[in-house]
Design a protein. Structure first.
Length: 325
């Protein structure tokens, strides 16, 4: 997620066993194609030598000058139909001196500063421009954006969202806003009112990283939300630990009792995907399906993925996860 260092760092994980090219063949390879790799040692050294103030100044310029920031998109799959129904927008920054920076390096510096406001504006505008094109061919497509806690303290945050939706002629129902669990269960009256207003306007609210730390059920049953995302730390143990399996199945059941859809993030193999599907989990996201990819690649990837799912129905999972020799 653009405004969460933990979730964003996941997207830069080096996991050779979870690369989509091994799980999904040509479709995944399309999504996996990315920028040329730089030496991790050199990249870490360069970032370390640049002060936080310098990085913030650089980021301010990146927001104002085109060419450095971009959004990639990671597909989200309906685990019951095997079709791609949504995508999460993920922020990328190609620094002119340091190369492609992990969001874990710069988002924590900015998420609690006023600079998060123009950065969020940039993300919203870029995402809306992409969504406007995407819904022309897929009117039911949903786009998920991650929002920093500080954004909910702004007086005009929701107004800017509504303006962007109107400017790009996008149905609010096509937009999901992700908030960390800690933000969603906040005692702040203002935060809760903002979340309730977002839902009244037709947008969906998603609780991200559920199970990562708070999981306060007293608050959870009153949170104004439509979806929860089970944290990748839990999803990553599915099929390996009986206790974890019990917890995940319990979360899915509880969420459905509360009329919430459930998304599992960080699915890295077909076995976990199949188990989550059996337990009734609604959607899944992770390297088992595809890495984040450019918007131009996403449109083609979705068309091919969904065509295969529609053509082969129940047997599609076996084909999609067949490892190439």
């Amino acid at each position: 997620m653009p405004f969460s260092s933990t979730s964003q760092e996941e997207m830069f994980r080096a996991d050779p066993d979870a690369t989509p090219s091994r799980c999904l063949g040509p479709l995944a390879a399309m999504g996996a194609a990315d920028e040329p790799e730089r030496s991790p040692v050199k990249r870490r050294t360069g970032v370390a030598q640049r002060s936080e103030r310098e990085l913030l100044d650089d980021l301010r310029r990146a927001i104002e000058e085109p060419g450095q920031l971009r959004l990639d998109y990671q597909p989200r799959i309906d685990l019951q139909t095997n079709r791609c129904v949504a995508a999460e927008a993920l922020l990328r920054w190609r620094h002119p001196l340091l190369g492609l920076l992990s969001p874990a390096r710069f988002i924590p510096l900015v998420e609690n500063l006023p600079l998060i406001v123009p950065l969020t504006e940039w993300v919203i505008e870029a995402a809306m421009a992409f969504a406007a094109e995407r819904v022309k061919s897929d009117p039911e497509f949903r786009l998920s954006l991650n929002i920093a806690p500080l954004n909910l303290t702004e007086g005009y945050f929701i107004g800017r969202l509504v303006e962007a939706l109107g400017r790009h002629s996008i149905d609010p129902a096509r937009l999901e806003l992700e908030f960390t669990e800690g933000t969603a269960i906040s005692d702040s009256t203002r935060t809760r009112r903002q979340l309730e207003q977002i839902r009244r306007l037709g947008m969906r609210v998603c609780i991200d990283d559920f199970g990562a730390g708070y999981s306060n059920l007293t608050y959870f049953r009153h949170v104004p939300a439509d979806l929860i995302k089970i944290d990748r730390a839990l999803v990553g143990t599915v099929g390996e630990d009986a206790a974890s399996d019990t917890v995940v199945k319990w979360i899915v059941g509880l969420a459905h009792e509360l009329r919430l859809r459930v998304v599992a993030e960080g699915i890295d193999n077909s076995q976990r995907s199949a188990a989550l599907s059996r337990w009734g989990c609604d959607e899944g996201q992770g390297f088992a399906f595809a890495k984040p990819m450019a918007g131009a690649r996403l449109a083609t990837w979705i068309a091919q993925f969904n065509a295969l799912a529609d053509a082969e129905g129940p047997v599609v999972r076996a084909r999609l996860f067949k490892t190439r020799s």
